[in-house]
Write a protein that binds this ligand. Sequence first.
Ligand code: NAP
Length: 531
Amino acid sequence: MSTTATDPADPAAQAAQAEQADPTVRHVDHLVIGAGFAGLCAAIKLQEDGEHDFVVIEKGDDVGGTWRDNTYPGAACDVPSQLYSFSFAPNPDWTSSFSPQPEIQAYLRRVARESGTLDRFRFGTRVEDATWDDATARWTVQTSAGTWSAGSLVVGAGGLSEPKLPDIEGIGDFCGHLFHSARWDHDVDLAGKRVAVIGTGASAIQIVPEVQRVAARLDVYQRTAPWVIPRNDRRYSALERAALRRMPGLQRAYRTAVYWARETYVPAFTLEPGIAYPARKLAEANIARGISDPDLRERVTPHFALGCKRVLISNAYYPALAAGNVDLVTDRIARVTPTSVVTADGTEREVDVIIVATGFHTTELPITEHLVGRRGRTLAERWRESGMAAYKGTTVPEFPNLFLLVGPNTGLGHSSMVFMIESQVQYVRQALRTMRLNRYAALEPREDVAARWNDRLQQRMKRTVWHRGGCSSWYLDEHGRNTTLWPRTTFGFRAALREFDAAAYAVRGEPAPLPTGTIPPTPQQTEDVPA
Ligand code: NAP
């Protein structure tokens, strides 16, 4: 077999040579992992830029990501839908201000269908590992349905995709039904059953009121009480929806208003937690309105600053806890037996069903165990040494041509992740355009630049409520570093990622002179709220 060297800056020649070497490998310019909001956004924008040679690998059987997986009763978004949607695909048909999961899933399906990209999606396919090959300057991606070779890898695998099960003695021996909130077992009829819900986070507080309505008895196991403010949900009238449909400008104005209203939370989270005093009063009033028993009120009142953990929204949670068929259990769970949950005080509660609403692997993302970079180590190994960190939440030294969507420090406690995803995808488009124009085979952020970016970020983090608020949360890693959230405004994030800063990168492949007059236009961010 010929091993003639090819120009490393010419991806087509590289691909052709590799194809000759192994015809079972399929070659694409770009491979996207995940078909949730992030992967779908990347696919749509790649296509828009004329980057037609890409594939989207998705382990599930549909688009939607977290909105496909979280089908528990009561699942809804706690960011208003007018903002929690793509800026380039407004939806005038949301039925209420906080959309339920089925509507969001239907929206994503429609956007995917109408984008004309669905033929590039490979559903039911799991990425087993992805390895950077320095010789060809390409990623080799082993999947459950064969091998791909890709010039760039865009990872939209999501930070909330791998359920985290609690490490409780005996839980594996439980003989009744047990499932995680993100893997709801719809075959289990909860009517008349004795049910335990473990956890009181964003998922649990939506599940509890639904289960309380049908279960014979419900035990809610609370480790830490969350702050819960009222949910100002409202159904849109037919007239309002017709107006939004006919007047796109009205919908944009609505989105802008929601955006700025949400952005006003930022100072309380990132500068001075005391600013959240009015929200704390709202949360206390929410408790008082929902619960009359002083002992129960006391037990659901958090002892940390509002915002330190995710602020939850619900009108139904506290009344459900106060219902006659519900017990809030605040004693630590000691063990689970085949038929019951036993707490540290020795109380045993018999149950038929255990619902585990204990969150996700957020600071040790499972996909990173499968990404092998230039030095032969996985991204997980790098991050175990240095902590989870990326440059601008998107690129990582040592991992050329890798783009993480919803990467480290891109999460939000107050606004729409779709806004962050669109900002990142804009950055990726600019990076790919830079590579194409300059015939770069590979680029990766410089270690010194990435380190400076993260040092500044962590410096800023010290002032935030997530560090000063007196709680432990999934935002922090085992060393107490907040590697998940963005500690500034979302428009600050967008500004930082608006242009691709090539000087921050080490590149491979000689820049070729550009023929004048043929430079494609800069991909523009869809006109959105802060523009
Ligand atoms: P979560 O916020 O991580 O909450 C997990 C809950 O389980 C916490 O109450 C936690 O207690 C408890 N827990 C964990 N391990 C436990 C153990 N071993 N024993 C007892 N309790 C245990 O998870 P989530 O509710 O699934 O939400 C995750 C994220 O998903 C949210 O922060 C949000 O970003 C997103 N989400 C959004 C929505 C929405 O938009 N409406 C809905 C659901 C989820 P501690 O607090 O003591 O750790």
